[in-house]
Design a protein around this ligand. Structure first.
Ligand SMILES: Nc1ncnc2c1ncn2[C@@H]1O[C@H](COP(=O)(O)OP(=O)(O)O)[C@@H](O)[C@H]1O
Ligand SMILES: [Mg+2]
Length: 162
C-alpha cells in the first residue's frame, strides 16, 4: 500500500498539512488518527477545522465529550475513543450514521475499534520525533480515496513500506 510521509517541523507545518487535508479529503471521509498521547491528533484536527472556517478554539480534545460536531465550510465529526473500552460503548455513539454522512469523520484512538470502522478509510499515523517535530504517515484503503492519495503526492514523500 502506498503511504505518504510528511515531516512536520513546526506548528505551521501542521497547519499546512491540516489545510491540505481540508481541501483534499472527499465528502464522507472516515479518518483514523493513530498516535500516542500528545502526538498531535487533536492539534491536527484543529488545523483541519481552522481550514474549514471553524473557530480553532472550539476544537478541544473531546475526551470527556466523546463526539464533537463542528459546522463550517465542511462539517467535521470528531471522536475521541481514548476512554472507551467495550465495543458497545463505541456502538452506542451511533458511529455508522457519521460514517455515512457527507462530513469528515475523524477518530482519535481509532486503532482501539479498528474492527468497527469501515474497511475503506484514511489512516493518519503521527509519530513524535522530538518535542516540536512529528512524522505523519498517511495511507488510505478504497477507490473512494484514490484521488485524495494522488493529491498528496506533490506534498508528501512516498513510502511503499508496510
Ligand atoms: N509541530 C507540532 N505539531 C503538533 N503538536 C505539537 C507540535 N509541536 C509541539 N506540539 C505539542 O504536542 C502536543 C499535541 O497534543 P494533542 O494534539 O492534544 O495530542 P493528542 O491529541 O495526539 O493526544 C501539544 O501539547 C502541542 O503543543
Ligand atoms: Mg487528543
Amino acid at each position: 500500500m502506498v503511504k505518504y510521509i510528511f515531516s512536520i517541523f513546526s506548528f505551521e507545518d501542521m497547519d499546512q498539512l491540516g489545510a491540505l487535508l481540508a481541501r483534499a479529503l472527499p465528502d464522507g471521509s472516515v479518518v483514523a488518527l493513530i498516535g500516542t498521547l500528545g502526538a498531535g491528533k487533536t492539534r491536527l484536527t484543529q488545523a483541519i477545522a481552522a481550514a474549514c472556517g471553524i473557530v480553532p478554539t472550539e476544537v478541544t480534545s473531546p475526551t470527556f465529550v466523546l463526539i464533537q460536531e463542528y459546522y463550517g465550510d465542511r462539517n467535521l465529526y470528531h471522536f475521541d475513543l481514548y476512554r472507551l473500552d467495550r465495543d458497545m460503548e463505541f456502538q452506542n455513539l451511533g458511529p455508522d450514521e457519521y460514517f455515512e454522512s457527507d462530513g469528515i469523520t475523524l477518530l482519535e484512538w481509532a486503532d482501539k475499534f479498528e474492527h468497527l470502522l469501515p474497511s475503506e478509510r484514511v489512516t493518519i499515523q503521527i509519530d513524535i520525533l522530538s518535542p516540536t517535530t512529528r512524522q505523519v504517515t498517511i495511507s488510505a484503503e478504497g477507490e473512494k480515496y484514490a484521488a485524495f492519495l494522488d493529491s498528496l503526492r506533490n506534498f508528501g514523500e512516498p513510502s511503499d513500506e508496510e
